[in-house]
Design a protein around this ligand. Structure first.
Ligand SMILES: Nc1ncnc2c1ncn2[C@@H]1O[C@H](COP(=O)(O)OP(=O)(O)OP(=O)(O)O)[C@@H](O)[C@H]1O
Length: 368
């Protein structure tokens, strides 16, 4: 069992506190992605798990065993870095075999493990080449191979795809997901790319300023973001945020006037807000459709991508708005448009950026 438990991990560099009381319980065989903007502490947290950095306080358990003070090689982890860190003068075979040579593993066992890793990573016919003769994606696979042969309890990946071009990154995302399935291993993966997080993770940890904003499945984060930060970080194109003023609120719903005056009743818990409060209404670009009675948007730029038409414009007092409409949508640059959205698809954020809990039942009181 390779569970990974982080218990109240904090980290300071001098007087700068970069991780604040992080607790996470990662399941055996789970693929967890740490995602967040530059400087939010993702790499530091991964390095603390690896034992390359010491936590200021807190505990790390791998497979139920406290490894907080264990040496990196004794933690049962293996880390793949952004820079592949291959030895240029050694063959692919010797690069993959390297950690086993250090362990002085017996030759037959070593060869079996290298051949098995090479098979999984489709490197069997590349074993005699030098890293300089490989593509970027193949080099990263060699680095992963070196990780696999050690049979770790937990794989750690620190932005392993960021040196690859976009097309190759897409291919490698699929390969890594397949690798996770075939190895059935616990994996923790750091990236600032929300698409990598959404496509590969069983669960995502969104970090912001050294704190966990939310920990959940990709779809939980997409459908039920707890904060404005998560809402805007997850989903492509980004969620729109329209400033609005509350005209009625109670625990069953809120009535708001969007910037520009369009009124909506939204089924969220307005128990702690009052008439006159300023909120923001979050609407995903893919949740709007053209229709009478909707809120008006003036269209500035239209990108016809074939299947969809990405429509950029403004709402109310110049609030930028992006709509993802059907490829053949009747839209023209410079023309006004009315967009409808189902109230159930709207998110409402209070002044501190926290979401107002959505109600399962339709709003009654403020509807009446
Ligand atoms: N050795 C160090 N000494 C001092 N400050 C550090 C050190 N390592 C990291 N930091 C600081 O800790 C914070 C978190 O850094 P970290 O590298 O973990 O962020 P990150 O989320 O991985 O960012 P990126 O995506 O840019 O790599 C940053 O403010 C960084 O400047």
């Amino acid at each position: 069992m390779a569970t990974l438990d982080l218990m109240s991990i904090s980290k300071s560099f001098g007087s700068a506190k970069v991780l604040h009381d992080i607790s996470l319980a990662i399941n055996d065989k789970e693929f967890v992605v740490f995602v967040g903007p530059s400087g939010c502490g993702k790499s530091t947290l991964l390095r603390i798990i690896a034992g390359l950095e010491e936590a200021t306080s807190g505990q790390i358990m791998i497979g139920g065993e406290d490894v907080s003070t264990a040496h990196p090689v004794d933690r049962g982890i293996s880390m793949v870095f952004q820079s592949y860190a291959l030895y240029p003068h050694l063959s692919v075979y010797e690069n993959i075999a390297f950690p086993l040579r250090v362990q002085k593993m017996e030759k037959a066992e070593l060869d079996a493990r290298v051949q098995q890793a090479a098979g999984i990573l489709q490197l069997t016919d590349k074993l005699q080449l030098k890293p300089g003769q490989l593509s970027g994606g193949q080099r990263q696979r060699v680095a992963i191979g070196r990780s696999i042969v050690r049979n770790p309890k937990v794989f750690l990946f620190d932005e392993p795809l960021s040196n690859l071009d976009a097309a190759l990154r897409g291919d490698m995302r699929v390969e890594l997901s397949q690798l996770h399935r075939s190895l059935d291993a616990t994996m923790v993966y750091v990236t600032h790319d929300q698409i990598e997080a959404m496509t590969m993770a069983d669960r995502i940890v969104v970090l912001n300023g050294g704190r966990v904003e939310q920990f959940g499945t990709p779809m939980e984060l997409y459908h039920h973001p707890k904060t404005k930060f998560v809402a805007q970080f997850i989903g492509q194109p980004n969620m729109n945020l329209i400033p609005a003023t509350v005209s009625a609120a109670d625990p069953t719903g809120v009535k708001v006037a969007l910037s520009g005056g369009h009124e909506m009743v939204l089924p969220v818990d307005g128990g702690h807000i009052s008439t006159g409060d300023r909120v923001e209404v979050g609407i995903r670009p893919e949740h709007v459709h053209i229709g009478d009675g909707g809120f008006p948007i003036s269209v500035n730029v239209l990108e016809r991508l074939g299947g969809v038409s990405i429509t950029y414009g403004t709402v109310g007092d110049g609030v930028r708005f992006c709509a993802s409409l059907p490829g053949d949508a009747q839209v023209q640059e410079g023309q006004p448009l009315a967009l409808n959205v189902s109230p159930e698809d709207c998110h409402v954020f209070d002044a501190s950026g926290d979401v107002l809990r959505r109600k399962a039942a339709p709003a009654i009181a403020v509807n009446g």
